[in-house]
Design a protein. Structure first.
Length: 346
C-alpha cells in the first residue's frame, strides 16, 4: 500500500470519528444540559436549605438563652436557673442539631447528584456501610463518648456549677462537652472525664440537701433541756442572714442516735439549699457549742467525763501517814533511843 493511500485512510478515519463525535454531542447535549441544570438546582436547593435550617436552629438557641437570662434576673429564678449552665447546654444541643441537619441535607444532595449522573449507588452504599462498620469498631470509644454526652445534655443530668460525684472523680462542673466533662476538685485540680466512662452520676446540686449534726453530751445531762438549747440555737440561726435563705425548713431534733455508759449522741437534721449542707452543718455546730457553753452543758468526747472525775488527784495524797515515832511514850520511840554508856570506877 502506498503512502498516499495510507494518508487518505487516516484522514477518512479522522473525519469519520469527528463526524461521530459531532453526532453524539448533537444527540446528547440536551440531556447533558438538563442533567447539569438539575445538578445545579439540587446544589442550590441544598445550600439554601442548609443555611435556612442552621439559621432557624441558631435563632431557637438564642431564644432559649434569652429566656434563661430573663428568668435569672428574678429573685426565685436566680436560685433555680444557672444562665451559664443553660447557655452551654443549649449551645451543645444546637451544635448537635446543626451537624445532623448538615449531614442529612448534604448527604441527600450528594446521593441525588450521583443518581442524576446515572451512577449505580448500590456498590457505593455497600462500601460505605462496610467502612462505617470498620470506623465504628475502630473508634467505638469516641462514638460511645459522643453518644453518652448527647444523652447527658438532653436529659440535663448535670450542668455548669453543679457538684457531682461521677465515680471516677468528684467536684464542681466547669464545662460540659459532647465528649469530655471538666470538673474542678476540692483542692483546685481539674478533672477531664470521658462521658463514656461515667457509669453513675450523683448530683449534689439538684433538689435539696440535708445537713446532719451529731452532738455528744454527758449521760447525766437533762435531755429535754439539751433539746431546748439546740432548738433555740437553730431558730436564732434561721433568722440570721444568709442562713435564712440556706435553710429551707426548720432544724429538727430527731432524738437519740446512740447511748453509751457515759454519754449520749443527739442528732439534728435540716433541709437546706443544694450545695449548702456542709456550710449549714458547720454553722449549726458553732452555734450549738456557744449555746452549750452559756447553758453549762458539757460536750463529751475523747476521755469520758466520769473517768476524768475519778482520776482527779486525792487532796490527802500529799499528807504523810501517821508514824508511831511521833509519840514519845510509844515502845517504838523507846526502842529508837540510843543506849546509854555505863562507866565503872577505878
Amino acid at each position: 500500500m502506498s503512502a498516499s493511500a495510507t494518508t487518505t485512510t487516516t484522514l477518512d478515519d479522522a473525519q469519520t470519528s469527528a463526524t461521530n463525535a459531532a453526532d453524539y454531542v448533537s444527540q446528547n447535549w440536551a440531556d447533558w444540559l438538563a442533567a447539569g441544570l438539575r445538578i445545579l438546582l439540587i446544589v442550590v436547593i441544598a445550600v439554601i436549605l442548609r443555611i435556612a435550617v442552621r439559621r432557624m436552629i441558631t435563632k431557637f438557641i438564642e431564644r432559649m438563652n434569652r429566656g434563661a437570662e430573663a428568668a435569672g434576673t428574678t429573685a426565685l429564678g436566680g436560685l433555680l436557673v444557672n444562665a451559664e449552665r443553660r447557655r452551654q447546654r443549649s449551645e451543645a444541643i444546637g451544635s448537635v442539631l446543626r451537624s445532623v441537619a448538615s449531614f442529612v441535607i448534604l448527604g441527600t444532595a450528594a446521593l441525588t447528584v450521583l443518581s442524576v449522573l446515572q451512577i449505580n449507588l448500590a456498590p457505593l452504599l455497600a462500601s460505605a456501610g462496610v467502612a462505617g462498620v470498620a470506623i465504628g469498631f475502630g473508634a467505638r470509644n469516641l462514638v460511645t463518648d459522643f453518644l453518652s454526652g448527647v444523652f447527658m445534655i438532653l436529659e440535663d443530668q448535670y450542668g455548669v456549677g453543679d457538684v457531682i460525684d461521677a465515680g471516677v472523680a468528684s467536684g464542681t462542673v466547669v464545662e460540659v462537652g459532647l465528649r469530655v466533662t471538666k470538673l474542678r476538685g476540692d483542692e483546685g485540680e481539674i478533672w477531664y472525664i470521658r462521658n463514656g466512662e461515667v457509669k453513675r452520676i450523683g448530683n449534689l446540686s439538684q433538689g435539696w440537701a440535708t445537713a446532719v449534726v451529731d452532738v455528744q453530751v454527758g449521760y447525766r445531762e437533762d435531755l429535754e433541756r439539751v433539746r431546748g438549747v439546740i432548738t433555740a440555737a437553730a431558730e436564732a440561726m434561721a433568722k440570721t442572714q444568709p442562713w435564712d435563705e440556706a435553710l429551707w425548713e426548720p432544724v429538727e431534733v430527731l432524738g437519740l442516735e446512740s447511748v453509751t455508759a457515759d454519754s449520749v449522741v443527739i442528732q439534728a437534721q435540716a433541709k437546706t439549699m443544694p450545695g449548702k449542707a456542709a456550710a449549714v452543718a458547720r454553722e449549726l455546730r458553732w452555734r450549738i457549742k456557744r449555746a452549750f457553753d452559756e447553758a453549762g452543758i458539757t460536750i463529751t468526747g475523747g476521755t469520758p467525763a466520769l473517768a476524768a472525775e475519778e482520776d482527779e488527784a486525792d487532796p490527802t495524797a500529799a499528807v504523810a501517814a501517821p508514824s508511831a515515832l511521833a509519840n514519845p511514850d510509844s515502845p517504838q520511840t523507846a526502842a529508837a533511843q540510843p543506849i546509854a554508856v555505863q562507866r565503872t570506877g577505878k
